[in-house]
Design a protein around this ligand. Sequence first.
Ligand code: C2E
Ligand code: CA
Ligand code: CA
Length: 608
Amino acid sequence: MRITNSNVIELPRRSSQQAVSHEPEWMDEVDWQEMPVDYNRTIRLLVADDDDVDREKVQRLLSKLPLQFKIVCAASGQDALNLLRQQTYDCVLLDYRLGDMDGIDVMEQLPAQLARNLPVIMVTGFGDEQTAVRALRMGVYDYLPKGSLTPETLGAAIESVMRRVMLQKELAVAQQRLRRQSLFDELTGLPNRYLFFDRLEHEIANAERDGKPFAVLVMDLDLFKQVNDTLGHEAGDTVLSAVGKRFAAMARKSDTIARIGGDEFAAVLHGTDSQDGACQFAHKLVDVISEPIVINDSIIHVGISIGIVLYPHHGTDSRSLYTLADEAMYDAKQNSRHYTVYAPSERGHGENTAITQRLPHAIRDRELLLEYQPKLDLRSGRVTSAEALLRWHSSEMGRIMPDHFIPAAERCGLVKPLTRESIRLAAVQLQRWRQQGIDLPLAVNLSGRMLDDLSLPDFILETLQEHDLQPADLLIEITETSLASSQCRSTEVIAALTDAGLRLSIDDFGSGFTSFRSIRDIHISEIKIDRLFIRELELNAKDESIVRSIALLAQSLGVPVVAEGVEQESMLEQLLALGCTHAQGYCVARPMAEDNFTAWYRQQPAAS
Ligand code: C2E
Ligand code: CA
Ligand code: CA
């Protein structure tokens, strides 16, 4: 034992060799190494007792334990309060009777938060049950009558306190981790989309009360996909986390900047009441992001497109605020501007809002239907498959074409239920055709945004199974553009689809960035040449060479190639000569509703 100052005593750990025969039996039985508590470290212990003899007795008992203590003594309640306010202890042995006050008074006078987490063992000269109950209710961890104090009772109580403290700490860390995982983005440390929408709802609720306006920004990095493709996903992650740090550094405490997903971020700017204020912030964001990012030997410049809306000027609920900011962001991107404030008049705002508001009901009310357009095999002259094209027969707005409602669905997060509905409808149709003896495969169009949905392959396979269909019955058309701009998860989804035996068709080929890498890495079963190159084929020699080279590429990959949007019958021969195997377009047939298609198909040569 070494006394370091008047009331601090250090008790070194007793080694097992020092154990003597009169050591209580329980100590030999307890394997201290097995204990989850770290018994090698020094335990900081406060002994609060107004009786000198009792304090010394406690220290004597403690010295018999194979533990290392740093003991601080308090001779009064006030002493104990002062010491407890100054620093933390692993364990506190608190006498009930302290002269100037009792142990419970000490706990009551401490700040509630401190008292709640104080690892106290209350010691008392009176074995009074009521005091024990009061003490335990106050939150003391254990209660020991002085008469029963032995090294073993004291050791067991301290051990149990330490284990409880440790478990509480572990629990707090786990809770914190869980909270972070469910509310924060792991890569950037920024709030995730759930926390973003939660904060947005709060901001709206506050604004409804105090009338304070605010701004919502949606930000999307420019050409991020190229970073991923050319430098790899690790570099992509480094860029995202660098961007995240810069955003976090410039946000005020009252602002929220979150990562929504992929390379999309969003912000709520508290108290920003004017377009100018929001634009100034957007300007700062652009400046901060345009600083180069160095990855290994490469210097990367990232651009950003920002859409801005103001509450309550542009919208008053979270969904419309976000959707409109997202629309403004698209506008900025398309017009190569850094940022755009949402402008309702220019964008047919009313119609868009009506579409996004009614679309969820359209799915529920079965207002979505498919039309079918055949694909003709130019070599045999037979129809070998069909494409399903979605239509919305709205009871309020009439017939709406997919070019109108699919982009709106993508922007407001409805693309998942929409895709599932079109897959379900396709499966229902295929099953009906099979029952009618029509053995055609059917192609469905898949929005690029669906490629991030890891549950999609299972959904498709289950739907096929429910309708007694095989994976080969369904073809999935994905546009070349969405393949080029999708995130890394899409590779996993595509692989799962093709591994399960579903065939993949690259739609609108030639209209996007042709990524030979995606053709190499993905198992494709069909290429569809964008109708842009077909339209003027007879007049334009360049179109002819493009069609010929795409056909050659398809031929060397061993997959059929479909010319889309063929309007003149005279073109069919030319397409065959250029190497196209199939054609689709008004000259073969327009997209038709089920009954018309079935009747039309039955008239075709060698239809089944
Ligand atoms: P797409 O997949 O390229 O579909 C071909 C579009 O060209 C269809 O337009 C079709 O009606 C039209 N078309 C067919 N033959 C001709 C022709 O000879 N001349 C001309 N000018 N057009 C022709 P639609 O039905 O309006 O669909 C437009 C786009 O909407 C589709 O382009 C596709 O990207 C998307 N879409 C359709 N259904 C779905 C769906 O269920 N899900 C998703 N994600 N997208 C869909
Ligand atoms: Ca298509
Ligand atoms: Ca197409």
